[in-house]
Design a protein around this ligand. Sequence first.
Ligand code: ATP
Length: 252
Amino acid sequence: MLLQVSHLQKIFQTRFSKEKTTALRDVNFSVEEGEYIAIMGESGSGKTTLLNILATLEKPTSGSVLLSGRDVTKIKENKLAEFRRSHLGFVFQDFNLLDTLSIRDNIYLPLVLGRKKIHVMEERLEKLAPRLAITDLLSKQPFELSGGQKQRVAITRALITEPDIVLADEPTAALDFKNSERLLTLLEEINATGQTILMVTHSAIAASHAKRVLFIKDGLIFHQLYRANRESSDFMQEISMTMTNLLGTEVR
Ligand SMILES: Nc1ncnc2c1ncn2[C@@H]1O[C@H](COP(=O)(O)OP(=O)(O)OP(=O)(O)O)[C@@H](O)[C@H]1O
């Protein structure tokens, strides 16, 4: 088992008020190596809180997150940056590229921070660049790229450290329909090479490209669907129906 999430609970309490918000009640699920999981829920259901805890950006109130058997919620503050760099890949909705660096340097950044040798970086990028169709973009600056291109660069940066798992937060949120479809197909291809991916989203279209969808509401995972051998369009029908029936929401 690659990832084992047990009895995860997160209660937010502001320092100056007694008011408490339970973002996660009791979240339990596990992920096998090579899976592609989408966690789907409406606004306020706890998706971002869950992702932030998996990403070690936030500590849970209680519960555990085992990644390859190690409880990431217990890692000491001064070891976290190194842990994230070596084990996790991140893809955000707004790409998070640094404007002052070239595309190549943006991609190399996690390896530079991890003190990897230059030839290791070059070898890895040489393999990834054609797969992500970014070879011609490497010398450019982020502002010269379209949204779709920026997100492909962000995915390359996430993959270059060869992470145990890629965590994606609404990766298509800032993209138009055509670029979203391209990106979702690309994530499927990356998963087909064995890369484990976990994505949070409120989009049925995005979720339909995953192999398994977990539904979260009010801080609880209460249902899951497997895609099996279906086309993403068929899977999307079932996801939309589930959202409408079980969550009582119209999906976008
Ligand atoms: N730092 C915080 N302090 C207090 N409450 C918070 C904090 N972060 C999140 N919450 C609350 O926890 C609940 C879950 O929020 P979360 O952001 O995880 O939902 P979400 O499913 O990601 O929503 P969205 O899709 O809108 O991003 C909400 O009620 C939210 O107001």
